[in-house]
Ligand binder design. Structure first.
Ligand code: FAD
Length: 524
């Protein structure tokens, strides 16, 4: 039976999208014992941007480096329930992170490790830091944009060497067009005395923030978490696949229109679709135009041999010797991110991009790298098709492999056995200068139409756009739909990011029974 064949034509709460936000909403509705809901997604399975792909050769790749730094007890308990607790389900990794610059590795955070740079750069950075400290004490008001923030906090030395080029590579938007309210805990600020003393003592100082370790699923990548969460929900309330693509909304009759012509009426819709798209559907192009996003290319390579990168987890690349801004040593996260050592695979390409023909299949061991490249109208990437490794790939793939060689991530003789590439149209919601003006109008207006738009792109707030935040945007939204309760994560990013949030807990189903939800939106 096709997923659309037994679709209802009317439902109490329609959740659109089974990424972390949609799954959070569905989990909460189920936890409250609500019966009249449905979650749909155009993808073949749950996970959204937090899914994991597998290459034909058996290498796993997440959609970019996904690291869990949880701010919520609810999130911790749910994901433990979904895939299990402790060492039987999780790898615990020490956060080891470097910046590749001037042909060497500089430990992260950059500003505490200036001693690794050539002397003239050390001087520029330290002079800039002290200048910034003095200027900042007399500066009036908040910085007007991210570029001003960088100059005020880091000074011109670090700004020009690292912060400006790196941030343009990540965001694909000039820092002057971005606001700085989103920063919170995201960017390590500067302790000038510590920076100076590290230079004088020639000390490597990689300590930053509270999360020195993080955990990663032993099997199945990040996607395993969300498949596990979806398994906790009733199967008959979930529909996946192309047939579930929504192509429009009739707000007056509260109807979602599917691309295959099917219609679903709802009392409330929790939408995790990109807000810019929904605004265009509903005749509000001015709001869509006021939101900015960048696209992400995720490129992976599987390589035969022993991984040469030790305990390194993720690495930053501000310079123009490679197209990527970040690389994750993905094989280090879990042994099962690569095929087993005894799996035989032929080499398809050398590290220097020389073609290999007629290679015999040989055994491993294997290791893998996952690269992230941003794209926008400010920063187009080369997507022309070329023949490579016996297949057809985007030119960006070749540029990435050459970049990996330039930055000493791989060597010329390395044997590449698998290549992966996926482009995500919506990769990063840009904290643009004009974003809040749109959100404060668009989200309440949609809410008046019975649409709760939430999630990384549903509510467009990058500062609460990680997996833990997204899950809770969904959970808190479900409570708001049912009971009208306040949504802390959506409305107070700085509050939720400053603490471990224990107020809402995941637990057994509580059953609303035959209740009418208190804000009168729904009957059970
Ligand atoms: C490059 C990158 C790196 C990241 N790194 C981290 C990290 O280190 N740590 C971390 O915690 N998080 C990270 N994230 C964020 C994480 O992926 C998101 O928090 C999370 O996936 C957002 O969940 P969501 O449900 O809001 O949106 P999505 O995951 O985008 O889910 C939306 C769902 O809606 C579906 N959908 C969209 N339109 C339609 C339609 N028209 N019809 C039907 N279905 C539709 C989509 O198929 C999708 O499944 C990263 C993300 C990216 C892209």
């Amino acid at each position: 039976m096709s997923p659309a064949a037994d679709l209802p034509t009317k439902v109490g709460v329609l959740v659109v999208g089974a990424g972390p936000t949609g799954l959070g909403a569905a989990t909460r509705l189920h936890q409250h014992g609500l019966k009249d809901w449905l979650i749909i997604d155009q993808a073949e399975e749950a996970g959204g941007l937090a899914c994991t792909d597998i290459t034909p050769e058996g290498f796993l790749f997440d959609m970019g480096g996904h690291v869990i730094f949880s701010h919520y007890q609810y999130f911790d308990d749910l994901i433990d329930t979904a895939i299990g607790k402790g060492d039987a389900a999780w790898n615990t990794l020490e956060r080891v992170s470097y910046v590749w610059m001037k042909n060497r590795w500089v430990a992260y955070p950059f500003q505490n490790n200036i001693s690794a740079l050539p002397k003239e750069d050390q001087i520029k950075c330290l002079n800039g830091l002290t200048e910034a400290k003095v200027a900042n004490t007399i500066a009036q008001g908040k910085p007007a944009n991210f570029d001003e923030w960088i100059m005020r906090v880091m000074g011109p030395g670090i700004a020009d060497l690292f912060m400006r080029p790196y941030n343009f590579k990540v965001w694909a938007v000039p820092p002057k067009e971005m606001q700085c309210e989103w920063l919170g805990e995201r960017v390590a600020t500067v302790d000038v005395n510590r920076a100076i003393s590290n230079v004088i003592n020639n000390k490597e100082d990689a300590g930053w923030g509270p999360n020195a370790v993080f955990r990663f699923p032993l099997e199945g990548g990040t996607g395993a978490i969300w498949k596990g969460v979806s398994r906790l929900l009733p199967k008959d309330k979930q529909r996946y696949g192309k047939d579930m693509t929504i192509s429009g909304i009739d707000k007056d009759s509260k109807t979602a229109i599917l691309a295959n012509g099917h219609k679903i009426q709802y009392d409330a819709m929790i939408s995790t679709m990109p807000l810019d798209i929904v605004c265009r559907w509903l005749g509000k192009p001015q709001w869509a135009d006021g939101l900015t996003h960048s696209s992400s290319h995720i490129i992976g390579i599987g390589v035969r041999g022993q991984c040469p990168h030790g305990l390194k987890c993720w690495l930053y690349f501000p310079e123009d010797d490679c197209p990527f801004y970040r690389t994750t040593v993905f094989s280090h996260y879990a042994k099962k991110n690569c095929p087993a050592d005894d799996v035989k695979l032929p080499t398809i390409l050398r590290g220097d991009c020389q073609e290999v023909t007629d290679a015999q299949a040989e055994t491993g061991p294997y290791w893998s790298l996952m690269f992230e490249i941003s794209e926008s109208s400010y920063k187009p990437v080369n997507q022309g098709k070329i023949k490579l490794a016996g297949g057809e790939w985007s030119e960006l793939v070749k540029e990435t492999i050459i970049g990996a060689l330039n930055t000493k991530l791989i060597s010329a003789e390395d044997q590449i056995v698998s290549i992966y590439h996926r482009r995500l149209e919506h990769g990063y919601p840009t904290p643009s200068v004009g974003r809040e003006a749109v959100l404060v109008e668009a989200l309440p207006w949609l809410r008046e139409q019975g649409i709760w738009s939430r999630g990384r792109f549903g509510s467009y707030r990058y500062e609460v756009g990680n997996q833990d935040h997204s899950l809770m945007l969904g959970v808190e939204c479900a409570d708001n739909v049912l009971f009208g309760t306040k949504e802390l994560t959506l409305n107070h990013p700085n509050v939720v990011n400053a603490k471990k949030n224990m107020e809402l807990l995941y637990g057994p189903t509580t059953f609303l029974g035959a209740h009418t939800a208190t804000n009168g939106h729904l009957n059970n």
